[in-house]
Design a binder for this molecule. Structure first.
Ligand SMILES: Cc1ncc(COP(=O)(O)O)c(C=O)c1O
Length: 459
């Protein structure tokens, strides 16, 4: 049996971070996971990446998967369809925002995003506007690890050595409190990007409706969404939302895009659709997008082997059933606001905490330099990494990032529990997290004396 945590030298796995010892997790139940030595962690991150929305160890989902696998696990959707795919498309479009009538299934969030871009581009070609190909997106985002989805972020820190492979896209800054509280600066940047590229070349505006790890819990001000809707109307591009994280209940609505003043034309979704029990995503299209194909070539043939496979779709159906039956969208909506307040109260006396924000169970804590209450913390202090390491010591799983050098956000932590967490478990998560932040803040504050204020923000 592997001892835990396991270092890369003792493993044949090619891990993500070779210098980071990994706990070897053997089982899970609800919001608890347990490593091979019996140490239990409280999972405030739905499996670490916001996928396990229904918690671990769900016998009902496993039973649905098993029943489907016994009947038919796989057929390819190029020439064959299957009842699970048909029914999931029907049920998913029924809970999607108004006007969404079609679903194409994928295997992951990144490939749902890529496919949404391909559908958007093809839509314009089908309608006789082949010059429309350019994509505009906010710089501080995350859309996946593939070349195209990496290129969709304007973050050099993520692009690393892959720049030669990445297509160039147009980016605008996020309208966070620091740079653009009204949303007008982002709209000006959008206008400039449209003007410079030529309005007739724009295919799509692509963004997260509410951000996940890149800017946890952030959404632009209403004025930005209104302005985006005006520009879509004026210039004829499409709006695609990356709802890989926010889809299927995470923010207390089935889809976060429904509540913005700029409802999208395309949605990419993934994590909560499989709830960690199957690798499944989907692109949802409004009827007018589908019509371009129905009235045109009648083809959009790209896809992966496992897209729409019965096994994954059966899991998706069981997940939707559980979310509906257990009233989890409502639970997340109601309890999320209270959870955010509880986090804010528990961290109120930490000068390093600037903001606790978010919707439903997609909450973010942003940290600043306590000396002026607004500059990013010096990245050399590695506050995000220290928070995650201290959380492990407290048997708590959260996820912090430190995109400071990219210029739009500093150290920040994402807090995204499973929808099934009990009140007591949520209280325990808040209490452990508050202990962690207090502990790290106490360590960091004296170290700040040796560091100049970081002036790299707001490029
Ligand atoms: C907002 C967002 N989009 C896309 C992705 C990529 O999804 P996947 O890892 O399933 O490809 C992620 C993954 O974390 C994400 O958070």
């Amino acid at each position: 049996m592997a001892r835990t945590p396991i270092e890369s030298e003792r493993s044949h796995v090619f891990p993500l971070e070779l210098a980071r010892p990994m706990p070897v997790v053997a089982r899970g139940e609800g919001v608890w996971i347990e490593d091979v030595e019996g140490r239990r962690y409280l999972d405030a991150m739905s499996g670490g990446s916001m996928a396990s929305t229904l918690g671990h160890g769900r016998r009902d989902i496993v039973a649905a998967a098993r029943a489907q696998a016994e009947r038919l696990a796989f057929v390819h959707n190029e020439r064959l369809t299957n009842p699970a795919q048909e029914q999931l498309a029907e049920e998913l479009t029924a809970v999607a925002p108004e006007g969404f009538t079609r679903a194409r299934f994928t295997v992951s969030g990144a490939d749902a995003n890529e496919m949404a871009l391909q559908i958007a581009r093809s839509y314009h070609v089908e309608r006789g506007e082949p010059d429309r190909w350019q994509v505009i997106s906010p710089a501080q985002a995350y859309h996946g690890p593939t070349m195209e989805t990496l290129a969709l972020t304007g973050r050099p820190g993520m692009h690393g050595p892959f720049v030669p492979y990445l297509p160039t896209h147009l980016h605008i800054p996020p309208s966070s409190w620091r740079f653009d509280p009204s949303g007008e600066a982002a709209l000006d940047a959008l206008d400039r990007a449209i003007e410079e590229a030529g309005p007739g070349t724009i295919s799509t505006y692509f963004c997260e409706a509410i951000s996940a790890a890149a800017l946890p819990g952030y959404t632009p001000p209403v004025r930005f969404w209104e302005g985006l809707a005006e520009r879509r109307e004026r210039h004829g591009f499409l709006v695609c939302f990356d709802e890989v994280v926010t889809g299927v209940g995470r923010t207390g609505q089935w889809f976060a895009g429904a509540a913005t003043a700029c409802p999208p034309d395309l949605i990419a979704t993934a994590k909560g659709l499989g709830a960690g029990y199957a690798a499944i995503g989907a692109v949802l299209a409004k009827q007018h997008v589908y019509d371009a194909f129905a009235n045109g070539s009648k083809r959009f043939t790209l896809g992966h082997t496992w897209d729409g496979a019965p096994l994954a779709c059966a899991v998706g159906l069981a997940v939707l059933d559980a979310v509906r039956r257990e009233g989890l969208v409502e639970r997340v909506r109601e309890r999320g606001a209270k959870l955010r307040q509880e986090l804010a109260d528990a961290l109120a006396d930490v000068p390093m905490v600037r903001e606790v924000r978010g919707h439903g169970y997609l909450l973010g804590v942003s940290f600043v330099d306590p000396r002026d209450g607004e500059s990013f913390l010096p990245p050399t202090l590695r506050v995000g990494g220290r928070i995650d390491a201290a959380a492990f010591e407290h048997d708590l799983i959260v996820l912090s990032t430190q995109p400071t050098r990219d210029g739009y956000a500093g150290d920040q932590t994402l807090f995204a529990p499973a929808f099934v967490a009990t009140d007591e478990e949520l209280d325990e998560m808040v209490s452990r997290f508050a202990d962690v932040v207090h502990e790290v803040a106490k360590d960091v504050e004296p170290e700040l004396d040796r560091e100049p204020i970081w002036t790299g923000g707001g490029r």
